[in-house]
Design a protein. Structure first.
Length: 759
């Protein structure tokens, strides 16, 4: 009995190929990459796709997803692009064959012209093999639709297409003997005319028959997308007849792969007779990924279809004659043909009975997760024992943490209680220490602000303060002066002579004393200090290079009327000097960002954040407290900019997304917020590219480039041609595009961009 059970579990279907397709555009639909593919059930993984250009060169179809996008695996490994992910997948499953598709429905136009030219053919082979060797592919699927006749209207064609294809495969095998070669084969007989299967099969490993396009948007009536058998009452082509035809023409069954689809087809305004089957229709359904530019395709991913299957408004129908499933909604008159578990099971039995090579699923990114997915059903059918072990493994992985926790929780309870008490005490002390350190670092700047406010309050504030409030402000400022003067020695460098904290704390220093030391012109410039700091901040924000930041600070300080001389140093090397200066100062620049000499006529700006750079200053006269705070603020701006950039650099995905915007700022039209991502629309893009950053974050990084006009839109004002009013709504005309304006933004846009509304 046990042997019988094991025999049934280890059914001979273990030699059947289970192929999964993954298209690059899955990233733009829902953020999926090759790192998201469950490769455990697969024997082959086909990545779609590369492009054959008119010179014969094979190039990646999408530079971003193929070579640039940062992909992070569960193991923590990072690579750039799906091509580089191939190597990691091969390490995870060494016996997995990974192929690269070349061509496709809209990318087959150059096959005929390239294959008839020896030089172009050589380039085709050389560049394809180079991609294989560079990124670790095992071979290629040549998706030529179709040689000699049929296919896309722009395709080049020749009566010698199949002859040239045989020559190409012969030359390819000489250059790459270990290359796995697959081809796609049409379900339509007129597109298969002239194929010499015995001749070509000496080079080709698998023929992938397209079984999911028997009916579609081009059909006159609704029908089954993937019928297995012919219905005698409606004798239309079916999968079984296609297989019988090609086998009769010399194609070995073991080389045939049936390509099924995890994508359904839907039609609209369909009559209810026969549950919508073989009825006229008025257009196809809105597909899962359809948008304004693509129009309606009628293609619905199984991940979305699974929701419709749970909707009681949809009637499920089974056609016993052809072994196919359909859905019909009498309320909306929508008809859908799809691959169900039942219909797939009949196809798998057909593959077993006919001893075909296996099954391929287009495509895994649209397939349902879990046991109901087409890949999972196929895995369970052909490799039931492996599938059983896989389910057990997943279950163990799922419950293992809980089992481990249950075993150790009793032993840890007492220790955890004691450890928690000790940790709570230590954390309290640590938090207190952190708060004190933070306060000590921030205190000098806060005290300076209070002093400035008392010396030169803004007119708008001074008018609102009562006499008692002004008196309280002056008292607070006097205490701040004492505290600031006492605080400074704690943070200055050791070489500067210190007086004791207690002595300085008891000195009678008042705001009036500071005012007496300030000339009228200096007081007048107090209001300008913040504007000057703002100008400096804008200058250093234009670069993330430390050397350029320090050069910018050096130039900025050279033009300050209070500075007699300034020099820029990198370690012991003089990088630049302006005005009268002594030699390199003898103090080491540790401590506060600004270190002032005892006579207050010299200072050094330095900090670990500035690397080995230092700026030495000599002033026209001794620094006042407010001037000292100003120059300290300049140094702090550099430190803050460096810290911000370092935090940003920790997020490579964000940097790449910001780069996509920054590099096309002159051609950028607008960014549209979608559900879970944002679409970048630019003049240099035929289709938008999508990033994960939200509009709010992008607006923060590009405040001068992007203007918000709607909850879902950021626009480049330089590309606006004018405003168009339609009924009660307004739209921006932007070089062939129209972007809606939300009413809440109208008044601000009228004020800031009046010329838009005058066009």
């Amino acid at each position: 009995m046990i042997l019988s059970l094991l025999s049934s579990l280890c059914y001979s279907g273990a030699d059947k190929a289970i192929v999964g397709y993954f298209p690059f555009w899955a990233y733009y639909r829902d953020g999926q990459t090759l790192a998201d593919v469950n490769i455990r059930p697969l024997t082959h993984l086909i990545y779609a796709s590369a492009i054959l250009n008119d010179t014969g060169e094979v190039v990646p179809a999408d530079q971003y997803t193929d070579l640039t996008n940062v992909i992070i695996f569960d193991s923590g490994e990072r690579v750039e692009g799906n091509y580089r992910a191939v190597d990691i997948l091969k390490k995870q499953k060494p016996d997995l064959a990974i192929l690269l598709t070349i061509g496709g429905w809209g990318q087959s136009q150059n096959y005929s012209t390239v294959l008839r030219d020896k030089n172009k053919r050589d380039l085709f082979i050389a560049t394809a093999v180079q991609l294989k060797n560079q990124y670790g592919f095992d071979g290629f699927e040549f998706d030529w639709r179709y040689p000699i006749t049929g296919g896309y209207e722009k395709n080049s064609k020749s009566p010698d297409d199949l002859k040239n294809l045989e020559i190409f495969f012969q030359e390819l095998k000489l250059e790459c003997p270990d290359c796995h070669i697959s081809v796609t084969l049409s379900e339509q007989a007129h597109n298969r005319h002239g194929w010499d299967y015995p001749l070509l099969s000496q080079y080709i490993d698998y023929y992938h028959i397209l079984t999911a396009t028997f009916h579609g948007a081009w059909s006159l009536r609704t029908g089954h997308r993937s019928p297995l058998y012919v219905d005698p009452a409606h004798p239309l082509p079916a999968i079984a007849t296609v297989v019988d035809e090609v086998v009769e023409q010399g194609l070995k069954p073991e080389k045939i792969i049936l390509r099924v689809a995890a994508v359904a087809a839907g039609w609209e305004n369909v009559g209810s007779n026969r549950g919508g089957l073989f009825q006229s229709f008025d257009g196809v359904s809105l597909g899962t990924w359809d948008e304004e530019n693509s129009g309606r395709t009628g293609l619905i991913a199984h991940k979305e279809l699974s929701k419709l299957l749970k909707n009681p408004d949809y009637e499920q129908h089974w056609d016993e004659a052809v072994k196919a499933s359909t859905l019909y909604n009498p309320k909306t008159k929508q008809f859908i043909s799809y691959e169900s578990k039942e219909s797939l099971h009949h196809k798998l039995t057909f593959i077993q009975d006919k001893d075909l090579g296996g099954v391929a699923v287009w495509e895994v990114a649209s397939d349902v997760d879990g046991a109901d997915g087409l890949i999972a059903v196929t895995f369970g059918y052909f490799r039931s024992f492996d599938a059983f072990l896989y389910r057990v493994q997943k279950f163990i992985v799922l419950i293992a943490p809980w089992m481990t926790m249950a075993l150790v929780i009793w032993a840890l309870t007492t220790l955890l209680y004691k450890w928690s008490a000790i940790r709570k005490k230590n954390n309290k002390e640590l938090d207190t220490h952190k708060r004190v350190r933070y306060a000590l670092r921030a205190l000098p700047q806060h005290l300076d602000q209070i002093i400035y406010l008392s010396i030169s309050p803004p007119p708008s504030l001074a008018e609102k303060l009562s006499a008692e409030q002004l008196k309280a402000l002056n008292l607070l400022a006097e205490k701040s002066v004492i505290a600031r003067n006492s605080f400074s020695p704690l943070t200055r460098i050791p070489q500067i002579g210190r007086t004791s904290f207690e002595q300085q704390a008891t000195e009678s220093v008042t705001v009036e004393a500071f005012k007496e030391n300030l000339s009228d012109s200096t007081i007048a410039k107090a209001d300008e200090a913040l504007l000057s700091l703002e100008r400096f901040t804008h200058l250093i924000s234009e670069t993330n290079n430390l050397e350029k930041m320090m050069e910018t600070m050096f130039t900025f300080l050279s033009g300050d009327f209070r500075v007699k001389g300034v020099s820029l140093w990198n370690e012991e090397e003089l990088m630049g000097q302006s005005g009268e200066m002594d030699e390199h100062p003898d103090y080491d620049g540790q401590g506060e960002v600004l270190n002032v000499s005892d006579d207050r006529v010299k200072a050094m700006i330095s900090n670990p954040e500035m690397g080995g750079y230092q700026i030495s200053l000599e002033f026209q006269s001794p620094l006042s407290p407010s001037e000292e705070a100003y120059f300290r603020g300049l140094g702090n701006q550099v430190i803050f900019a460096r810290q911000q950039f370092r935090e940003l650099a920790k997020q490579p995905q964000l940097l790449l997304e910001l780069y996509e915007i920054a590099r096309r700022k002159d051609k950028l039209l607008f960014i549209k917020g979608e559900k879970g991502y944002s679409g970048i629309h630019s003049e240099d893009l035929k289709e938008p590219i999508f990033v994960f950053s939200r509009l709010r974050a992008l607006r923060m990084y590009f405040p001068e480039l992007l203007v918000q006009v709607h909850r879902s839109y950021l626009i480049n004002p330089a590309c606006v041609e004018g405003v168009v009013k339609k009924d009660t709504s307004y739209q921006l005309k932007m070089r062939g595009h129209f972007v809606p304006i939300a009413r809440s933004f109208l008044s601000r846009l009228r004020a800031e961009y009046p010329h838009w509304f005058s066009v």
